[in-house]
Design a protein around this ligand. Structure first.
Ligand code: ZN
Length: 134
């Protein structure tokens, strides 16, 4: 089963500019900034109450984030749900007919194993499953 929303991912053009905005919005500073080299993104994480927000900035033109912003502009990019057993959830959701972008979990930002469901099988919403690496 899917647990809580672990974070919401927001695609931004310029993380430095967005940090100023979100610092003011949340009245706090990011707890982590991390490059995910394999995805050509820079990530910035905020925690406000129980909720985490991940800002995503492309670091190259062929990054998925660059393509997203080109098509749709800045904004909400994905919702991430925490799972306890990512492999069990992948099997369960595949048997329900969901399509994954990658079926093999990979190392994501913030110490997580992650996979993405293809938005075409989830009403246009890009959904990430993430499991904390212990
Ligand atoms: Zn994410």
């Amino acid at each position: 089963m899917l647990n809580n929303i672990e974070h919401i991912g927001i695609a931004v053009k310029n993380a430095e500019e967005s940090i100023k905005l979100f610092n003011a919005l949340f009245n706090t500073t990011p707890y982590k900034e991390e490059a995910v080299v394999s995805e050509n993104v820079k990530t910035v994480f905020y925690k406000t109450g129980e909720t985490k927000v991940e800002l995503l900035q492309a670091t190259s033109d062929d990054s998925a984030i660059a393509k997203f912003i080109e098509k749709k502009g800045e904004g909400i990019h994905h919702m991430a749900f925490a799972v306890t057993d990512i492999y069990a959830e992948i099997n369960r959701l595949k048997s329900e007919g969901f399509v994954f972008i990658n079926e093999t979990p990979k190392q994501g930002a913030d110490n997580k194993l992650i996979v993405f469901l293809h938005p075409k099988s989830s009403n246009g919403v890009l959904i990430e499953l993430c499991q904390e690496i212990i």
